[in-house]
Design a protein around this ligand. Structure first.
Ligand SMILES: [Zn+2]
Length: 270
């Protein structure tokens, strides 16, 4: 079947990256059933021919107003779709949508009329905020990383500073590759507007990765691979912490002086 990806090498690479990340999420056990979501702002790759495509479904209301996303294009995971299926067939388990000029509705333009995730309003609200604030981030990822979620079952680690410091101190690369740390959001009903608002508020406090208590992670970055990498390095630190605890001792962690040395050497913001 013909695909909008056929003649568009750069857009194809973006979607291939989404599929690759989806396969990692499944392999890591972070994406049971239809768990997790991916949205990528693909507007830079929407050429005139793609912009001229008629809708194959819609218009539908977004459920929120996104004035900074008028005439923008997104790849969005489909509602009820599984990451492990998306990894093999991204255009059958997700779709490319166009936000209409009213900033209130969208239509599906390719390849199939796959309805977007129910998280579309909260994801688009984040993308709208990213554009409004001049952020270079264009991809958002929600997933269920096992060890990071386990940490949130302990009050002690629901403090952003405490959790970030511990994770940074497990291995030097974590601070270098997730330099803003981990913002914590207390438990709220999944898909609720309260959770969406708390997520935006935490991103605005200068975090790229937000942890939802007893649920999962929401991350933004320049592309979907970079968003995955930030979660991956943080979860690796949580795994090292867990491994030390499983060996029967509290891990020592890097000292404050060693972490400060990292910040100076690599020009890190915190
Ligand atoms: Zn979830």
């Amino acid at each position: 079947m013909a695909s909008v990806l056929d003649s568009r090498e750069a857009l194809s690479q973006q979607i291939a990256q989404v599929a690759e990340v989806a396969s990692y999420l499944w392999q890591k056990g972070w994406a049971e059933r239809n768990g997790g979501n991916i949205t990528v702002n693909v507007t830079p790759w929407a050429d005139d021919a793609l912009r001229a495509l008629p809708a194959i479904a819609g218009p539908f209301p977004i459920g929120t107003e996104v004035p900074n996303l008028k005439d923008s294009y997104f790849y969005v995971k489909g509602t009820g779709k599984r990451m492990r299926d998306l990894a093999r067939r991204p255009m059958e388990n997700g779709a490319i949508i166009r936000v209409l000029p009213d900033g209130l509705s969208y239509e599906i333009v390719a390849d199939n009329p796959v309805m977007p995730t129910s998280e579309l309003p909260s994801h688009l609200a984040v993308h709208d905020w990213l554009i409004r604030t001049g952020s270079p981030c264009r991809a958002s990822l929600h997933t269920h990383p096992i060890e990071l979620v386990a940490l949130t079952h302990n009050r002690k680690w629901m403090d952003s500073d405490a959790a970030t410091r511990m994770l940074w101190s497990m291995i030097p690369e974590t601070k270098a590759f997730c330099p803003k740390g981990l913002g914590m959001v207390p438990y709220m009903l999944p898909s609720s507007t309260a959770l969406a608002k708390a997520t935006l508020d935490t991103l605005a406090k200068d975090y790229d990765v937000v942890m939802w208590e007893k649920h999962g992670v929401f991350a933004v970055d320049v592309d979907i691979m970079a968003a995955f990498d930030q979660i991956d390095v943080l979860n690796k630190s949580a795994q090292i912490y867990l491994s030390a605890k499983a060996m029967g001792f509290e891990p020592e962690g890097m000292t404050d002086a060693q972490m400060k040395e990292m910040s100076v050497a690599f020009h890190l913001p915190k």
